[in-house]
Design a protein around this ligand. Structure first.
Ligand code: SAM
Length: 239
């Protein structure tokens, strides 16, 4: 009702449903989004306790994001993740010790994120509940956030790109779903312009490795990984 979506009978089979392109599944373990059709891949949900999140942490894949944002330089820093999506980068930043304000404008994605945060908050895993305690979600366009909230941020983080490139089944599954929900990519340079006009020490943009800089704006420096890079726009000191 909150999302103003039609409610289908609980037994609706996503493979044999032709009245809509995707189903939002409400189950005991939260919300999941699933494409419909005979060859549709499985559902996607926000699960911060998933093995992939733990692996990413254990394998040290989170360090570059932390360095791009400048996490080690200021204790108790606050990051505004203005394109929160499924919240994975925000969770990583919170796990690295920052307070994170998440903003997501797609109401379905925001609802999934809200459900994932609630599940982690209520989980018996004290690591999960502690990390999500420093994450605060707002639904709406980041450019319309109240000024006093934006003023709390030391850094604005942007990851406007969906889908991430990749051949793994999990990535393909998300690609298919997000192509359906995709926002207007033409607005991305305007989002960077907005972020750079805020009083923050830096703006960090996640980009596909070989893509041009967003809106052609040259970053102060770039950190490159295997599939993605972070363009860092330094505007002040984090100290
Ligand atoms: C690539 S996803 C972010 C993925 C995220 N970094 C993660 O780790 O899951 C981009 C998201 O930004 C959202 N978005 C795009 N422009 C926005 C804006 N102006 N304000 C808030 N959210 C926005 C889109 O709806 C989409 O869900």
């Amino acid at each position: 009702a909150r999302l103003d979506l039609p409610l289908l009978p609980p037994a609706t089979d996503p493979r044999h449903c032709d009245s809509c392109a995707a189903l939002l599944l409400l189950g005991d373990d939260g919300l999941a989004l699933q494409l419909t059709g005979p060859a549709a891949p499985g559902p996607v949900a926000v699960d911060f306790g998933a093995a992939a999140m733990r692996h990413r942490r254990a394998a040290g894949h989170n360090e570059m994001l932390g360095r791009a944002v400048g996490v080690t330089r200021k204790a108790g820093m606050c990051v505004l993740d203005a394109t929160a999506g499924l919240g994975r980068d925000a969770f990583v930043l919170a796990d690295l010790g920052t307070r994170v304000i998440l903003c997501e404008r797609n109401p379905v994605v925001a609802a999934m994120l809200e459900a994932g945060l609630a599940a982690a908050r209520d989980s018996r895993d004290s690591w999960l509940s502690t990390v999500v305690a420093s994450m605060q979600l707002h639904c709406g366009d980041a450019r319309e956030l109240p000024a006093d909230l934006v003023a709390q941020a030391d850094v604005i983080y942007l990851d406007p790109m969906f889908p991430e490139r990749g051949k793994r089944a999990a990535v393909k599954k998300e690609m298919a779903l997000f192509q359906l929900l995709l926002d207007d990519a033409a607005e991305e340079p305007a989002l960077l312009e907005w972020a750079r006009a805020q009083d923050v020490a830096r703006v960090v943009v996640k980009r596909p490795l070989k893509a041009p800089a967003l809106g052609g704006a040259s970053p102060s420096h770039v950190l490159k990984g295997r599939a993605v890079r972070f363009d860092v726009y330094v505007q002040g000191s984090l100290a």
